[in-house]
Design a protein around this ligand. Structure first.
Ligand SMILES: [Zn+2]
Length: 148
């Protein structure tokens, strides 16, 4: 997506610093992803992969949720009792981000944005897989016959 980030420092606008936290992305080992463009120059700008780009993704997910609400395809709200389980709630949140990504992936054609969304999908799918395992194991260990 050609999302514009405003009020950037020169380092941020030239893609050398995170547009969210301002960290130096040129330092060795910095994991970053393209998140949009500088409006003045159209230069691609970047954010730390985690947590900054994840925060950008959550924002994008909120935007996707608003779009879904407007199109009448809003997901059902989660079960309140299950939602009290922090890990389970986090799992649902990751999955909602994946659903948001699915909607964006289906509608976007530029390669840079697709690569960004695929990065996010990999990230959240990995976290969701780990959380699903934790919840699964915990539910099994709570079974009356003690099977684990
Ligand atoms: Zn950052």
């Amino acid at each position: 997506m050609d999302r514009y980030f405003w009020h950037l420092s020169s380092a941020q606008a030239s893609g050398m610093a995170c547009v969210v936290c301002g960290a130096d992305l040129m330092s060795e080992g910095a994991a970053m992803v393209m998140v949009g463009r500088d409006p003045a120059t159209e230069t691609q700008v970047y954010a730390c992969k985690d947590p900054c780009a994840v925060g950008v993704a959550v924002e994008a997910e909120h935007m996707a949720a608003e779009l879904r609400a407007m199109t009448g395809t809003e997901a059902h709200s989660q079960d309140a009792s299950l939602g009290q389980d922090g890990e389970f709630a986090s799992l649902l949140r990751d999955m909602r981000i994946l659903v948001g990504n699915e909607a964006l992936l289906a509608s976007i054609t530029d390669v840079a944005t697709l690569l960004f969304l695929l990065d996010l999908t990999e990230h959240h799918a990995g976290i969701a897989a780990a959380r699903a395992r934790v919840v699964h194991d915990r539910l099994r260990s709570n079974e009356p016959d003690g099977e684990a």
